[in-house]
Design a protein around this ligand. Sequence first.
Ligand SMILES: *[C@@H]1O[C@H](CO)[C@@H](O)[C@H](O)[C@H]1NC(C)=O
Ligand SMILES: *[C@@H]1O[C@H](CO)[C@@H](O)[C@H](O)[C@H]1NC(C)=O
Ligand SMILES: *[C@@H]1O[C@H](CO)[C@@H](O)[C@H](O)[C@H]1NC(C)=O
Ligand SMILES: *[C@@H]1O[C@H](CO)[C@@H](O)[C@H](O)[C@H]1NC(C)=O
Length: 363
Amino acid sequence: MFFYPFSASALLVFALSVAAASSKGSMSSSAPNPSSSTASASAANPPKKSNKRGLAFAAENPTDVLKGNSSASVATWVYNWALVPPDYIAESGIEYIPMQWGAADIEKLAVTVKGLGAKTILAFNEPDFDQQSNINATFAAQLWMQYIQPLKQDGIRLGGPAISSGPSGLPWLQDFMAACSQCTIDFLPFHWYGSGSGGFFDYLYSLNGEFPHIPLWITEFAETSSNDSVVLDFMNQTITTLDGLDFVERYAWFGFFRPKDGSHYNLLDVNGNLNAAGQVYVDAAKKVVNALPNPTGSGPDGATNSAGGLTTVFPASDTGLTPGFATQTGNSGLRVGGNEIVKICGVGGAMFAAAVFGAALVW
Ligand SMILES: *[C@@H]1O[C@H](CO)[C@@H](O)[C@H](O)[C@H]1NC(C)=O
Ligand SMILES: *[C@@H]1O[C@H](CO)[C@@H](O)[C@H](O)[C@H]1NC(C)=O
Ligand SMILES: *[C@@H]1O[C@H](CO)[C@@H](O)[C@H](O)[C@H]1NC(C)=O
Ligand SMILES: *[C@@H]1O[C@H](CO)[C@@H](O)[C@H](O)[C@H]1NC(C)=O
């Protein structure tokens, strides 16, 4: 659902300025070398990195990325819906994956991506959705063959268009695949928003059933409940399962940002620290341990406390378990209608307010 925040021409200028930085190896897709990190680490037990888990970076404060590349972080990749990273992401040591968001400036894709030295690229963002890149399947297939497919011969891995989880998603993708029969798509990203992991897994398995030979990425997904316990529980169920599924290559929770527009799925708190969901997602040592309520909502005995209360994270947070949400300040969001999520970006707050209710302080 994320809006492309920069003008494409500004990005191109920026691409040239960061091309040099990328040669330092920040774009490398190779996993950290476990033996060298063990050898150099005076810190105890550096975490095993996750090949799959990434950051959907929608944060606005440049220092926020440091929470994603801390020594405790398991995250190994980051994207921000753009084709070139700002310096603070390029220099974070986390693999940056560029995205060709829409049709604009696609003729400059090849030179930019090669300049960055990227090994993998993402393509059109929710082309099935008129509030997003909004490209019809036939035209998207033409653009793909002309501008994206040729990058294959440079050894770049090509991500397919990322459909939404709305009703237009799968039909769009079927049309695209039919129109793009010569395309060699290396992996297929998709998005999902809603409430309850059942709907998420239904969509995941239906896409795997439809395209069984193409590995899947989930480049945006979130539980849209305003109950933070429910959000944590959903995160626990989904990431644990995704980690074990061979046909899921990578995923990125939506998202890595501070509370915004009444969100409950943000991974950072108001000060830019990892909130409880952020700790579970990013920090190898933090787990959701108590899907059942506990009376205190925090504290080191959360794991054993089942007498009623709130979901917690164990071991307890270094930074304090802070609210995952703030009052609405902007004008975009998600609306849940029945079991179906209807995305509205850039509309007035009134519709969103309907989905944000009972804002109980859960952590
Ligand atoms: C994280 O990024 C900062 C620079 O932005 C760098 O100084 C630091 O070493 C990085 N940490 C890791 C673990 O890569
Ligand atoms: C698809 O989009 C292209 C470019 O905007 C347009 O020329 C074409 O008419 C569209 N096709 C359909 C079937 O809408
Ligand atoms: C939030 O969800 C938990 C777990 O399902 C539940 O026990 C709790 O009552 C809910 N809180 C609110 C305010 O609805
Ligand atoms: C998920 O929950 C289970 C038990 O409820 C727990 O064992 C596991 O560590 C949790 N995983 C994460 C990533 O929180």
